[in-house]
Design a protein around this ligand. Structure first.
Ligand code: ZN
Length: 230
């Protein structure tokens, strides 16, 4: 009955959703679970940078120059990459943004799209939890993520991926100094974006500290409820 309701929504509504939350809040994991339910693509800057670079487009060349110069990709380029993809046929029935918008300037660019966001899902977790999750995270090249403590690994043990048997490693930006920088950036740049979306009345705040399946279930129910109320 409940699934039937969602099915009707998928047929009759468009979902343009952004996932927000601190690093390690589970945005990527939850976006991957939600996308097939809503039958929309996930749109994130990292994957689109790689796509443009691989296509060797003029935009891709500018992305590569920015990456190779060692700095962050400037907002102007990120905004262009996202805007280009949102105009493609794959996004005509909606999309889920993961990792965008993270700054007010990016939100302002997104606001120039022909259709506005319908929901912003905010995965709230305390800063101490962020730190522990990232410090214990291991990733595989296939995209799967694991937690060192859950795998019961000692330092130095070699861990393998359940899905593809690839070697697991810590992401470069998950070392303690980088984690502190990322949290600082999130507070300064992304929290104001969350405040703006709350003022618009489209923010759906979810307790992101719970199990992945529980968080997913609440996201689906809250989107359905918000859609009905709209
Ligand atoms: Zn793997």
């Amino acid at each position: 009955m409940y699934h039937g309701h969602i099915f009707v929504c998928v047929l009759t509504r468009m979902y343009r959703i952004a996932f927000l939350g601190p690093p390690g809040s589970g945005k990527g994991t939850q976006a991957q679970l939600l996308a097939p339910t809503l039958e929309v693509p996930i749109v994130g800057p990292g994957a689109l940078y790689r796509k443009e670079i691989a296509a060797n487009s003029e935009l891709g060349q500018r992305v590569r120059d920015a990456v190779e110069s060692g700095g962050m990709v400037p907002n102007a380029i990120t905004n262009e990459v996202i805007a280009k993809y949102l105009r493609e046929p794959a996004c005509v029935r909606g999309y889920i943004l993961d990792g965008y918008p993270r700054e007010q300037e990016q939100l302002a660019a997104l606001d120039t799209a022909p259709l506005p966001l319908t929901h912003a899902i905010y995965l709230a977790i305390p800063e101490a939890v962020v730190y522990h999750r990232l410090a214990e995270r291991l990733v595989c090249i296939c995209g799967a993520q694991f937690n060192r403590r859950e795998l019961a690994l000692d330092h130095g043990d070699e861990a393998r991926c359940d899905a593809c048997d690839g070697a697991l490693e810590r992401r470069k930006d998950d070392d303690p100094a980088r984690i502190a920088q990322r949290i600082a950036h999130y507070r300064a740049e992304t929290e104001p974006v969350i405040a703006s979306l709350r003022e618009r009345g489209i923010l759906v705040e979810i307790d992101g500290t719970r199990a992945i399946a529980v968080v997913h279930q609440e996201i689906v129910e809250r989107i359905a409820a918000a859609t009905e109320a709209a």
